[in-house]
Write a protein that binds this ligand. Structure first.
Ligand code: ASP
Length: 342
């Protein structure tokens, strides 16, 4: 007898789950218990589909590490009972959640696909139905008896992306995300075409869920004219352990004496600084220009082509799970879940 795939949908909130009150025109979240009434197409799948809804649902701008922990725990608790997980989430911070979950779920061998929409599911032209239906199909897809996509992904507007490579780039087009430094994992056209060469291999070890997330980190985006007081005050924030420094081009920063001294001092006092480029495409290459050699000499680490979203969540994960300082420095410079190319 053919095995029926089993999918768990976890609804956190965001535009996708909204319907419009026909009298007032106000958007409000629909009752997820009525999923099949809202999207009757789902009945046509020969799958066992169940859902869990957050109470209350949130706009993803209110996303917090505690909620990532809640999501990771739900997945752990239901891991053996389902073949794949689909998380409905607002698109605004979806790239952060996908990155965070990719680190928290070690040895993943099943798909965890986040999706959402730009237009609410209750609107006629919604992109939410296609996004949800295809995300479910991808979460159930198998190859040689195993999950076809055993990683944390984002599905949006016909493309499946590695979650920790994504960035929300568009607030009005249906194509809201991009993944410039890594190929798409699948494309849904007339057929769904999987790019298996780019997909992570399923782990053959047991899933390990690491839920420590330490938010004692900071970010500075450099700009010409950035002030000394501002940089100093961020680097001297009480309790801060790590900084994501968004630099210019291939990892370049001002060569002014005060700037290098502030960075050098902070590193000597124990701060870990990761160099991430402001460019959406390409990689940090410290040593290519004089302006990055100086930074490298202070002990700033290269984040290569990691996104800001993945850098921030990777730091939270590393600081939150009792790794030694040396391990944290080592792991920041190598890919743990395919989040960067070294
Ligand atoms: N503000 C919404 C959210 O991120 C936008 C969306 O759902 O796409 O929750």
């Amino acid at each position: 007898m053919k095995r029926q795939p089993s999918i768990l949908i976890i609804y956190t909130g965001g535009t996708i789950g909204m319907i419009i009150d026909s009298e007032t025109g106000v958007l409000y979240p629909f009752d997820f218990g009525n999923l099949y009434d809202r999207i009757p197409e789902i009945r046509k799948f020969d799958y066992n589909i169940e859902s869990i809804s957050f109470e209350p649902v949130i706009d993803s701008s209110d996303m917090e590490p505690e909620i990532w922990v809640k999501l990771a725990n739900i997945i752990e608790e239901h891991y053996e009972s389902y073949d794949g997980f689909v998380i409905l989430h607002g698109s605004d911070t979806m790239a952060y959640t996908a990155s965070a979950l990719s680190f928290m779920l070690e040895n993943l061998s099943k798909p965890v696909i986040l999706t959402g929409s730009q237009l609410p599911i209750g609107m006629i032209r919604t992109d939410g139905k296609e996004n949800l239906i295809t995300a479910i199909e991808m979460a159930a897809a198998r190859k040689k008896g195993k999950a076809a996509i055993p990683e944390v992904c984002i599905y949006f507007d016909c493309q499946l992306y590695r979650g920790n490579r994504t960035h929300k780039e568009n607030a009005e087009h249906f194509k809201a995300f991009r993944s410039v430094n890594y190929p798409v994992l699948a494309h849904a056209g007339v057929e769904i075409k999987y790019n298996y060469g780019a997909v992570n291999k399923a782990a053959d070890k047991k899933l390990r869920v690491l839920t420590g997330m330490d938010n004692n980190i900071a970010g500075i985006r450099l700009f010409p004219g950035i002030g000394q007081n501002y940089v100093k005050s961020v680097l001297n924030t009480p309790g801060i352990k790590g900084l994501v420094l968004e630099t210019f081009g291939s990892g370049n920063a001002p060569t002014k004496q005060w700037f290098l001294e502030v960075v050098d001092d902070a590193i000597k006092k124990g701060l870990i600084i990761l160099n991430v480029t402001q460019c959406r495409k390409g990689s940090v290459e410290m040593g290519r220009y004089e302006t990055s050699i100086k930074l490298q000499k202070t002990g700033v680490l290269s984040g290569y082509d990691i996104t800001f979203e993945a850098a921030v969540t990777k730091m939270m994960y590393l600081f939150g799970n009792n790794y030694s300082k040396e391990e944290i420095k080592k792991y920041l410079q190598i890919p743990l879940r395919g989040e960067m190319t070294v």
